[in-house]
Design a protein around this ligand. Structure first.
Ligand code: NAD
Ligand code: AKB
Length: 325
């Protein structure tokens, strides 16, 4: 049985804050239990849960008779380089606790998002397949790669139904991103909408794969519901919608805000971005569970601007009219 009681860990983050309402809409409010180590959450269903505390994880699974987990609690790439010990503890020990407890409590499905962080400087740069050279050079990437292997191990050894996608950089407007390398994209759009300039922490030519949040949410649900007999992969599906450089995003934003300007001042995150590929081969996700993103760069930027309260039409006259108001 799955989707009767769905525990979401890290529910206060960029993905969780949107996944919880999305799952609630699909399966009903009563079936979803949002949890996070941070307790700044007004949802009456919310429980405080630190995934590094094994007893608390066990208790939550037992008490709520959890049958499905979306395990989102993690420390992302840039924050992981600032505090590698914390990244290891949350991303490895936390995941281990979730897997162990899931086996013990006969949980039917554990979704564990992975990341393009599993790739490294030796990985080919374009149209990268799932099986390739994966030698990550960040603590985040190392933990994500271990997570993929652990998920496969728990499946073959204990029959645990662990599944995951390698998300590219996710773009969204509801909750600020949690300290990653692809965060520049969201920051740049927000600053453009506010009518300000932006200082980008990556070089203008740093090409990275990206995806808009609605596509990310659909992909998680689609993989969660996929027929097990069709899956050749489990925890490491490449998925992506479009690839962009900061300069391309700047140019796209200029078609709405002609005076928008970006300066480029790369910091420590440049090294992380340089170790990741520019584009991914998502064909296994297409073949095995029919993954199809809806948003390209243009639609993403348009929707972001509308939802952030900016101008929502590309028509230059409308833009100028709005700016002159
Ligand atoms: P986020 O940083 O926005 O949210 C993570 C949440 O985990 C936070 O709310 C944080 O409070 C919580 N958390 C941290 N330590 C915890 C602990 N010990 N116990 C319980 N909760 C804890 O991250 P996100 O963007 O929502 O990412 C969710 C998952 O998706 C992660 O596994 C991440 O690696 C993956 N992912 C995200 C992106 C992206 O662009 N957002 C891209 C690739 C992969
Ligand atoms: C990050 O930049 O750390 C995340 C990711 C791609 O995993 N957005």
């Amino acid at each position: 049985m799955t989707f009767e009681k769905i525990l979401v860990t890290g529910a206060g983050g960029q993905i969780g804050s949107e996944l919880v309402p999305y799952l609630s809409e699909v399966f009903g409010d009563k079936r979803v239990i949002p949890s996070d180590v941070r307790s700044d959450n007004n949802d009456e269903r919310f429980i405080r849960l630190d995934v590094t505390e094994r007893d608390s994880v066990d208790l939550a699974m037992e008490k709520y008779k959890v049958d499905t987990i979306f395990h989102l609690a993690a420390i992302l790439s840039a924050n992981g380089e600032k505090n590698p010990e914390l990244a290891y503890r949350v991303n490895i020990n936390g995941l281990y606790n979730v897997f162990e407890s899931a086996v013990k409590n006969k949980v039917g499905l554990v979704m564990t998002p992975s990341s393009i962080g599993v790739f490294g400087p030796d990985t080919p740069k374009e149209n990268v397949p799932i099986e390739t050279i994966t030698r990550p050079v960040t603590m985040y990437g190392i933990t994500k790669l271990v997570a993929e292997f652990l998920g496969n191990y728990y499946h073959s050894r204990f029959g645990l139904n662990a599944r995951g996608v390698r998300f590219p950089g996710l773009i969204s407007y509801k909750t600020p991103p949690g300290g990653g390398t692809t965060d520049y994209s969201i920051e740049m759009i927000r600053e453009a909408v506010k009518g300000r300039g932006y200082e980008c922490f990556l070089r203008e030519d740093s090409k990275l794969p990206m995806m808009y949040m609605p596509d990310a949410l659909h992909s998680l649900l689609r993989l969660a519901e996929a027929d097990d007999s069709k899956l050749k992969h489990r925890t490491d599906f490449n998925i992506a919608s479009f690839s962009i450089t900061p300069k391309e995003l700047e140019n796209e934003l200029r078609s709405y805000y002609p005076s928008f300007r970006v300066t480029y001042k790369p910091d420590f995150r440049q090294k992380i971005a340089d170790s990741w590929p520019g584009s991914l081969d998502s064909s296994a996700a297409v073949k095995e569970w029919n993954f199809h993103p809806d948003y390209d760069l243009r639609k993403t930027v348009e929707d972001m601007i509308v939802n952030l309260g900016g101008v929502g039409k590309r028509d230059k006259d409308n833009i100028l009219e709005a700016q002159n108001k």
